[in-house]
Design a protein around this ligand. Structure first.
Ligand code: C5P
Length: 287
């Protein structure tokens, strides 16, 4: 049996450069894995079977299931596997949970079947599953370009604490709708991302003013009740509040664990499930 953790991510920057001919958008983004994680168990089984404790994910829509079918085909493998997925990352929340489950499934099944795909083929399978999946094969702190499939590792951001709050807003085709809501004026040239990359490569830490997310300006118009929820977090005395990926999760960075715990308590009384997280490096070397 193989056990892996599939970590969530936050985007420290997320810039959309423009629309492409294939309907996707070119982005530049600095992504960071955090210690919030789903757990996956892989066991021998004649068929591909996924058991998941989250009732709001349709079995055939589960990215772990799609990833299992894709890697089995790519490896021309005839064996199956039973995958038990314990969800801890809120779903469709901007934290990359489904994509991380997919990446962990690619790694877990390669190990279970003792078969390796070449890095290039693994990259193709990951990319076909979703734009964020390639990043999760690498994890830690990384620069992501293209539609998300070009991943360049960066020097690790030191231990950084944050508090997350996910408003209870579910929206069909959320990511496509957010991209679709962007106006030309929301496109940028990547300078926020380049600035952060230079700072990290130069051994300088992250400052809150380096955080940028192109979807901040359109999220309020897409997620019902989002602006009020965000205001209530800010009113509870938060440091700057940022959108996580395509949202609707919001996060604030804190100086240390104590500040994070205090902020979580203030946010908890708002009825949301606020949680303290910290940055974490590459996920798959640990069982
Ligand atoms: O790749 P993924 O399935 O996560 O993308 C969901 C949707 O988000 C795509 O169908 C596309 O509409 C949009 N998208 C985009 N540009 C990207 C990533 C996603 O337009 N770089």
């Amino acid at each position: 049996m193989i056990q892996l953790k599939a970590h969530a991510k936050i985007n420290l920057t997320l810039e959309v450069l423009g629309k492409r001919d294939d309907g996707y958008h070119n982005i530049v983004s600095v992504l960071q894995t955090i210690d919030l994680a789903d757990e996956l168990r892989f066991e021998p089984h004649p068929e591909i079977v996924v058991e998941c404790d989250a009732t709001n994910i349709q079995p055939e829509e589960n990215l772990a299931h799609k990833a299992a079918l894709a890697i089995r085909e790519a490896l021309q493998e005839e064996r199956g596997a039973k995958i038990t997925l314990t969800k801890r990352i809120p779903t469709a929340a901007g934290l990359g949970g489904g994509s991380s489950d997919a990446a962990a499934t690619l790694v877990g099944l390669s190990r279970l079947w003792e078969q390796d795909l070449s890095p290039g083929d693994m990259g193709h399978v990951a990319q076909a599953l979703g734009s964020d999946v390639s990043f999760f094969l690498v994890g830690s702190t990384a620069l992501v370009e293209g539609r998300g499939e070009i991943v360049t590792p960066l020097p690790e951001l030191g231990e950084t604490w944050a508090v997350l709050a996910t408003p209870p807003i579910e929206l069909l085709n959320k990511t496509a709708r957010l991209y679709g809501a962007l106006a030309e004026s929301d496109y940028t040239f990547g300078s926020a991302t380049r600035g952060l990359v230079l700072a990290l490569r130069g051994g300088r830490g992250l400052t809150p003013d380096q955080i940028f997310n192109a979807f901040e300006s359109v999220a309020g118009g897409i997620f019902p009740g989002f602006a009020e929820y965000r205001d209530s977090l800010v009113d509870a005395g938060a440091p700057p509040v940022h959108l996580a990926g395509s949202g609707p999760t919001l996060f604030a960075l804190t100086e240390n664990a104590e500040e994070a715990a205090a902020l979580r308590e203030r946010w908890d009384v708002l009825g949301g499930a606020a949680q303290v997280v910290k940055t974490i490096a590459t996920p798959y070397n640990r069982a």
